[in-house]
Design a protein around this ligand. Sequence first.
Ligand code: 4NP
Length: 150
Amino acid sequence: MNQKILFVCLGNICRSPAAEGVFSSMVEQKDFFIDSAGTSGFHSGDKADFRMIEHAKKRGIELTSKSRKFEPEDLELFDHILVMDDKNLRDVLKMANAKQSKKVRKITDYCTRLKYDHVPDPYYGGAQGFDLVLDILDDACQGLLKSLKQ
Ligand code: 4NP
């Protein structure tokens, strides 16, 4: 198994770098190629938001990604594309053909414990929002991994 997994949010500095870090912490690196991207290029080249880095660090997860914009080629390159909310889903699907569309899912579709239909954007909020992102991603990434192994 060498699967290519891409996590996508708006800015690629909060939710999708966190998803990349959470999922990476759960798997054998040799089995996956894992990356993240943003539908906007607002923060291209930036490290993850310092608040997201700090909250992840408290859980033993290191975030090392640099923000980049999602590109149409990603739809060809990656096997699975996991987005954080409905806006991300619409923006990514706008670029996808029918075959590529099948690779794209909201990451919360894989939640088994928590009842969320999207990962709320923590950028303009307080500390609680960053912890919630990590809680949802922990649940969703466990579900994703289980589904990929089936
Ligand atoms: P993210 O959060 O999509 O989870 O990376 C955001 C980061 C930056 C902005 C919006 C959302 N922004 O508007 O700059």
